[in-house]
Design a protein around this ligand. Structure first.
Ligand code: G6Q
Length: 546
């Protein structure tokens, strides 16, 4: 057996200083912090690339910030940022460069991977995507029977699904409403069955999105899609050419599936799945909103990239966001972060962020193979406001756990409707105010509340939050928001000294499932060699399904 990983001691001076500093700050209430420093609501803000971040309602002082920034410096953040942007192989366990930033680099940029400039290839794929999208949107691309495409179904999972789903929902306002978009990810047959419900195969295009083109769920769904499509088109196999395109890095497997590689859109091994929504994996997004809007999305990403790369750490949005949530995660012992978009179109944004943050920083081993000395990636979760207010906010306001929150809001709505937007935004501001300042027993008593009820109605406050305020949900704004969180994750990964770009933790279950599938399907009772729980579950399932 390999030797157990050893905890690494943390030599950084700033970490020690923060641990000592925490003892003072943790006793301070946000009421006091605002009372003694009334200007903090104006000062503890940063506006950059069209995003306004108010971080004043955090349990920090100027000294906290100074020490957190020192921690970033001592962790070599600036050098690590440069290493990522310049294509160094910073994903060390997979020996890969990490260059999602190249996907949105302008045409004249030069980014070398193994001595080769990758930017021209990126733009060549974008151009091919644009021309294909245009043909589908205009009706020039015809299905097998000569009818135009009305339905687009993306088949993919994980990074090949969550980005496209989130972006489609987020940018629905900009989408072509004469086209229907659906997304299939789960190997649960219900996902596929519902996705094709009511659709005509003659008008349906499938985009099989899979970096490896070997993923069990995606390939199973793709086979079912092909059977459904061919059956709906008179059993003619040649129809596949008009109804299936692929997004992949694996041309051999794409060809084996029967998709003409002329209809394949490529990307590269230096794009991680959860960082791929702006690669060809975004083909469904581009068909939905058009090439111009997709390019605007990329510009938004790029603007945030440049900000992250060049802004001083103290005015750097992803760095600040990363440091603040690390402060609660590692010093206050907070286990989660709630992301609360007050924008209906961002309803899948928290789900998207879950993969981005938790698959990236859910690691317990350092780059050198030792055990991390501190907690890493917090649990990200959330729902759009105001819905959450009528369910889980109770726990955030009055529960026993500290849950830092990111509120995301837009000054202008895309759907002006009477007083709705003022009401929506009033709720954002009210929630951050209530969380921070709460309501004291004296205030509750003064309202005439009977003594026995007072404790139930007290709000302790001192619940921290960030507020991110943006002008309007545009494709650019979405690109900026996603890149903000991508680089926040990177910042934290650097400080925790982990590889944010691998995901070995998803492997074991996949391997075991491959072993169990034949045991479930065998005609004869198989000889089972699992533990007694797994054996019994398998036997019970076999009996029930018979
Ligand atoms: C993301 C992960 C993972 C991946 C899926 C789909 O960073 O690598 O979520 O995106 O497993 O993989 P394929 O695109 O290869 O099908």
């Amino acid at each position: 057996m390999a030797a157990p990983v050893q905890p690494q001691t943390n030599p950084r001076a700033a970490w020690k200083a923060l641990a000592a500093h925490y003892k003072t700050v943790s006793k301070l209430h946000l009421r006091e912090l605002f009372a003694t420093d009334p200007g903090r609501g104006e000062r503890m803000t940063v506006e950059a690339v069209g995003l306004y971040l108010d971080y004043s309602k955090n349990r920090i002082t100027d000294e906290t910030l100074r020490l957190l920034l020192q921690l970033a410096e001592e962790s070599g953040l600036k050098a690590r940022i440069e290493a990522m942007f310049s294509g160094e192989k910073i994903n060390i366990t997979e020996k890969r460069a990490v260059l999602h930033t190249a996907l949105r680099a302008p045409k004249d940029a030069t980014i070398l991977v193994d001595g080769k400039n990758v930017v021209p290839e990126v733009h060549a794929v974008l151009d091919r995507m644009a021309s294909f999208s245009e043909r589908v949107r205009s009706g020039e691309w015809k299905g097998h029977t000569g009818r135009r495409i009305r339905n687009v179904i993306n088949i993919g999972i994980g990074g090949s699904d969550l980005g496209p789903v989130m972006a489609y929902e987020a940018l629905r306002y900009y989408s072509d409403r004469s086209l229907t978009f659906r997304f299939v990810s789960n190997v649960d047959g219900t996902d596929f069955a519902e996705a094709v419900q009511g659709l005509d195969a003659a008008e349906t295009l499938f985009i099989v999105s899979s970096k490896t083109f070997t993923t069990l769920e995606t390939m199973t769904n793709a086979q079912s899609a092909r059977a459904w499509s061919v059956a709906g088109l008179g059993g003619e196999e040649s129809s596949v050419a008009k109804h299936f395109v692929a997004v992949s890095t694996n041309a051999a497997e794409v060809a084996k599936f029967g998709i003409d590689t002329a209809n394949m859109f490529g990307f590269w091994d230096w794009v991680g799945g959860r960082y791929s929504m702006d690669s060809a994996i975004g083909l469904s997004t581009m068909i939905a909103v058009g090439a111009e809007n997709f390019r605007a999305l990329l510009r938004g990403f790029h603007e945030m990239d440049e900000h992250f790369r060049t802004a001083p750490l103290e005015r750097n949005l992803p760095v600040l966001l990363g440091l603040l949530s690390l402060w609660y995660n590692d010093f206050f012992g907070a286990e989660t972060v709630a992301v609360l978009p007050y924008e209906q179109y961002l309803k899948r944004f928290p789900a998207y962020l879950q993969q981005l943050t938790m698959e990236s920083n859910g690691k317990h081993v350092t780059l050198k193979g030792g055990k991390v000395a501190h907690d890493t990636g917090p649990i990200y979760w959330g729902e759009p406001g105001t819905n959450g207010q009528h369910s889980f906010y109770q726990l955030i306001h009055q529960g026993t756990r500290l849950i830092p929150c990111d509120f995301i809001a837009f000054a202008k709505t895309l759907n002006p409707l009477g007083r709705h937007h003022d009401m929506l935004l009033a709720n954002v501001f009210a929630q951050t105010e209530a969380l921070a300042f709460g309501k004291t027993p004296e205030q509750v008593k003064a309202e005439g509340t009977p003594a026995w009820l007072v404790p139930h109605r007290v709000f302790e406050g001192n619940r921290p939050s960030n507020t991110i305020l943006v002008d309007r949900l545009t494709p650019e704004a979405l690109g900026k928001l996603v890149a903000l969180y991508e680089h926040m994750v990177f910042t934290q990964g650097v400080i925790w000294n982990i590889d944010s770009f691998d995901q070995w933790g998803v492997e074991l279950g996949k391997v075991l499932a491959q072993r169990i599938i034949p045991e479930l399907e065998a005609g004869e009772e198989p000889e089972l060699k699992h533990d007694s729980s797994t054996n019994t579950l398998i036997r019970r399932y076999r009996k029930l399904k018979a």
